[in-house]
Design a protein around this ligand. Structure first.
Ligand SMILES: [Zn+2]
Ligand SMILES: [Zn+2]
Length: 353
């Protein structure tokens, strides 16, 4: 029904603008497809099964935690899921604008689109052919090899995310852009899309490059191209992760997997620490799915399921990105080396606690 309504809207805007103003029709088509692609399409940032899975996880938390019911539940479960003031907060409106504006411009500005997983996998396989000789193609795909391929691909993809995220925190010029994500003052699922377009372009390159370390050898050794095992159109690893409530990474309550599992998998509470303004939390918990990278490289900070955090860039910094224009343009100024040195708020490292 929702999709039909979007299609009707698209048909009427096409009829109104297509003959005389094709660019307006194109822009409106893209605008309408934002809602389609984000909520109804597999891989959309807010794909509906992942949304309902997150509500279910919230429901379990609500049932298990009397303190949450006492604090949030006076007005009922729905108000607990959508707390008063969170979705009308200026920070959330900026999140929404960035989500939408990024979606509108990405096809126009994404200069790295060519460097996707297929490009890197073919490059790695070609490199192996040069070094080791012609591809033997000796291995056959079956359920277990496909399962192993699916899991390893997700693990390496996650490592690519971690490497990018680590560099985004440690290299001042990259931090200038990544800071847009950290400037959110309240956490709602929309913060996942609060990223600078440059980061939205660069991150997939790192993920593709890392996952090609699995996809490339697979092309070289197997008789045919491997297919990732899927459910709901998502990789089973992504689906499991979504079922565990990955949209709650940016939520108002700290959902934790417990001390042991938190060392292996990132929980919402783990990522919420990543957004904390407290000095001891800076540059911690950079993983997307696995916490083992943070554990291995000394950047893991284990969460507390009763933690109460304040979110933002740093304690004494005025919101650097109050709106879309500052979120898109200010990082370019911030990334100029001379300014990085001069302006204290550009690098949190220069803030004296
Ligand atoms: Zn970060
Ligand atoms: Zn985040």
């Amino acid at each position: 029904m929702f999709r039909q309504a979007l299609e009707d809207l698209q048909a009427s805007t096409d009829a109104a603008f297509l003959p005389d103003h094709p660019w307006v029709a194109g822009a409106s088509r893209r605008f309408i497809s934002f809602f389609d692609a984000s909520f109804l399409d597999t891989g959309g940032r807010y794909f509906w099964p992942t949304f309902f899975a997150s509500v279910a996880v919230l429901g379990i938390g609500y049932a298990l935690r009397p303190d949450w019911r006492a604090r949030w539940g006076r007005e009922g479960f729905l108000r607990f899921c959508f707390p008063r003031g969170f979705f009308s907060h200026p920070s959330t409106w900026t999140d929404l604008k960035i989500n939408l504006a990024n979606y509108m411009i990405m096809p126009l500005v994404n200069v790295f689109w060519r460097y996707n997983g297929a490009w890197f996998a073919v490059a790695v396989a070609a490199g192996m052919t040069t070094l080791l000789g012609p591809a033997p193609h000796v291995l056959e795909w079956n359920f277990w090899t496909l399962l192993g391929f699916t899991i390893l691909l997700a693990v390496f993809d996650d490592f690519g995310y971690w490497v990018w995220h680590y560099l985004a925190h440690k290299v001042p010029a990259l931090w200038a852009f990544h800071k847009v994500h950290h400037s959110a003052e309240v956490l709602t699922p929309l913060v996942a899309g609060r990223v600078h377009p440059l980061e939205a372009m660069a991150l997939p390159v790192f993920r593709s490059a890392a996952s090609s370390l699995i996809a490339g050898p697979a092309l070289y050794f197997f008789v045919s191209e491997g297919q990732v095992l899927k459910v709901f159109g998502m990789s089973i690893v992504a689906a499991v992760f979504a079922a565990a409530g990955d949209q709650l990474f940016h939520a108002h309550v700290p959902i934790s997997w417990g001390k042991r599992l938190n060392r292996i998998f990132i929980s919402p509470a783990t990522h919420q620490i990543h957004h904390s303004i407290e000095l001891r939390h800076w540059d911690k918990n950079m993983g997307a799915f696995l916490a083992v990278w943070d554990w291995m490289f000394g950047t893991l900070y284990l969460p507390d399921s009763h933690q109460q955090l304040t979110y933002g860039v740093a304690p004494d910094i005025v919101q650097p990105h109050p709106g879309l224009v500052s979120a898109w343009l200010r990082p370019f100024l911030d990334a100029i080396p001379g300014r990085i040195r001069r302006l204290r708020w550009l690098s949190r490292r220069r803030v004296v606690p």
